[in-house]
Design a protein. Structure first.
Length: 152
């Protein structure tokens, strides 16, 4: 009478990576209120990537929210011969990111948070430089904005 329909057949296989979990506290009249934020990157390693910042009173819920937000905010990345088509420099807030295409066999030359974004997008050869801030969230958002501008 009822058919067993697998809804996951139409969905692409996404890889989730938790970049950072921070404990945030707020002073209140009754004491300290503890919460958590989780920075999560979701990508299919084939040209789609997204980032989400989930906030909650416990870590697992923050990660779940971050994944949901990242899935909603996924972008398509233009990849040519396993690298990006041209160099790009982006300033997003305090973060400055410089991405440059690299020849085949170079690999990913990227530091910290940018490496996770590039790997999740499926780029195999790239060179990058982070300038400005050490804040992982700022650097991830700047790297995502650089990849978004490539696709235009």
């Amino acid at each position: 009478m009822y058919e067993n329909i697998n809804l996951d057949q139409n969905q692409e296989k996404l890889e989730e990576k938790v970049i950072e979990v921070k404990r945030v506290s707020k002073k209140t009249k009754g004491g300290n209120k503890m919460r958590f934020t989780a920075l999560v990157i979701v990508g299919n390693r084939a040209g789609r990537v997204g980032v989400g910042l989930g906030k909650s009173s416990d870590v697992s819920t923050a990660i779940t929210k971050g994944v949901a937000i990242a899935k909603k905010k996924m972008i398509d990345v233009l990849i040519v011969n396993d690298t990006i088509p041209h160099s790009i420099a982006v300033k997003e807030g305090a973060a400055q990111i410089f991405l440059k295409p690299a020849p085949a066999g170079t690999g990913i030359i990227a530091g910290g948070a940018v490496r996770f974004v590039v790997e999740a997008a499926g780029i195999k050869n790239i060179s990058s430089k982070i300038l400005g801030t050490d804040n992982k969230a700022s650097n991830v958002h700047a790297a995502l904005e650089a990849l978004r501008r490539l696709s235009r």
